[in-house]
Design a protein around this ligand. Sequence first.
Ligand SMILES: [Zn+2]
Length: 280
Amino acid sequence: MPELPEVETVVQQLRPLVQGQTIVSLRVLDPRLGRLPGARLRQRRVSTVTRIGKQVALALEPRTGRSLQRRGADPGWIGIHLRMTGRLIWLPDERSREPEHVRARITLGRGKLVFADLRRFGTIAIGARRIELEPAGVDPLSDQFTCERLAQLLRGSAQPLKVWLLRQDRLVGLGNIYACEILFGAGLDPRRVAGRLRVGEIERLHEVTRAVLLEAIDNCGTTFSDFQDAHGVTGSYQRYLKVYGREGLACPSCQAPVRRIVQQQRSTFFCGSCQARSRR
Ligand SMILES: [Zn+2]
């Protein structure tokens, strides 16, 4: 499942290819995606490609001239959520072979963007305004993610910290991998009660969350230099990870073996010494 850094990488790689292009058609091949207003997307120019939470979002330029009156209800945003197995694949010309499991196809003036998705959990949302695609949680790379906001979100929670970090209605885009890496970076025990962190610990958590995500985006960018690979490869970035998937291996800071426990049916990897409960 792609986490925030992978989605951001897809966005950054798609942007120069798709930005400024005009949509020729949007074709839905999988009825499970629902009815999308394909006709109203025709001849619309993509002003930019950006990330909204974990969605890859295409912003459309407002129509000009006669049809301007309809602008309020006109589609302004296309948000593609990759979920478990969704991939966005860029095909530069007619001769490029489409992958398997294509569920939708956006044909542009030059090239095609296909949405392939083996397990079909991915979604495409169309909204008039950006806010319609905004998720409930706070994006940890946005300006809204301040230390005060994090403290506010944590307040009163009785959940273990690691479980809390996965809540998409609190922070958007963290999955199992980066939740473990962030807690290691912050030196916090994943079993700590989320609502009971001290001010200094919240500050550390805030700082490390951004740092880990930004570093992961850098690593994704260099690992997947080729666009096609960006969506076909999973796991090769794991060599950058410090604790995730490393049970029994030496902690990169203190050499103690990395531990694995299960929290809400998901593995948590941590260093029992660097992330000791009593550590101040
Ligand atoms: Zn350690």
